[in-house]
Design a protein around this ligand. Structure first.
Ligand SMILES: NC(=O)c1ccc[n+]([C@@H]2O[C@H](COP(=O)([O-])OP(=O)(O)OC[C@H]3O[C@@H](n4cnc5c(N)ncnc54)[C@H](OP(=O)(O)O)[C@@H]3O)[C@@H](O)[C@H]2O)c1
Length: 242
């Protein structure tokens, strides 16, 4: 099952699963887009593709959606949570409402889903949960700390969930991409060695799921980059414009 299945990274990941012959349940906001992604995945080899329009912020819709996904697929073995919005930091600074909504979309809504999925997988004692967080969650920066703090919340939640569910044989994987060329980053200047394609990140996500990894930076070089960024003392970091 993929939540945020119309995302460029999620779609590229779903294509790999479809080519392997996996059945899929696609959840996202736009019914038309979900239908066209589903049609493409069927052509690529997915035997069954279910779709369900759902806004992730509609928390009451999560449990019935999960029940329908399980019924259609005959059970769930792997979940990828991929939805998100790159928050407009300046607009958030001027609006409490927008700040709270961005924290909900990028953090709370995923945590609500994870709480239900964890209950199911823990009692069944199997399954893989992969969630797209971000390198932005590793340290708050003035240019995007609303988005970054939502992803930090998500990453910390996943760390605790991983410890809890490991004992039950359930893998919890935190995916931390850097800059990826997708509609989310359409407004940013692109190009250069730090930018990755959705296909490259998708291959890394599938590899992490196959290996039951813990935390993966995609591409790999973001791990040392973020280690350096995290190690800068706050007294120095506050002077930097990032
Ligand atoms: N691109 C990057 O540089 C980058 C870097 C690090 C992490 N990430 C993370 O990677 C994930 C995928 O993003 P992407 O780069 O593939 O961007 P994308 O193509 O813009 O995908 C974002 C997806 O999230 C969905 N979404 C947003 N709000 C939603 C909501 N309330 N309910 C349900 N779905 C919602 C969007 O659906 P609609 O089509 O309906 O808007 C869209 O399908 C996100 O979690 C993002 O934070 C991206």
């Amino acid at each position: 099952m993929i939540i945020g299945a119309t995302s460029a990274i999620a779609e590229a990941t779903a294509r790999i699963f479809a080519q392997r012959g996996d059945s899929l349940y696609l959840v996202g906001r736009k019914a038309n887009r979900l239908e066209s992604v589903a049609a493409d995945l069927k052509v690529r080899g997915a035997p069954v593709v279910g779709v369900e329009p759902m806004d992730a912020n509609d928390i009451g819709a999560h449990a019935p959606m999960l029940a329908r996904a399980e019924q259609m697929l005959g059970g769930l073995d792997t979940v990828l949570i991929a939805h998100g919005t790159l928050s407009d930091q300046k607009a958030c600074e001027a609006s409490v409402e927008l700040t709270v909504r961005e924290l909900s979309t990028n953090g709370i809504s995923a945590i609500a889903l994870l709480t239900l999925i964890a209950q199911k997988f823990e009692s069944r004692r199997s399954g893989t949960i992969a969630v797209i967080s971000s390198v932005a969650g590793d340290r708050g920066r003035q240019s995007n700390y609303v988005y970054g703090s939502a992803k930090a919340l998500l990453s910390a939640f996943l760390s605790g969930l991983r410890q809890r569910l490991w004992k039950s044989g359930v893998a919890v994987i935190t995916i931390k991409p850097g800059f990826v060329d997708t509609p989310m980053t359409a407004a940013l200047p692109k190009g250069g060695p730090l930018w990755a394609t959705p296909q490259r990140v998708a291959a890394g996500i599938v590899r992490a799921i196959d290996r039951s990894s813990t935390v993966v930076y995609l591409p790999w070089f973001w791990a040392p980059v973020m280690m350096i960024i995290r190690s800068v003392p706050e007294k120095l970091f506050r002077r930097v414009t990032l």
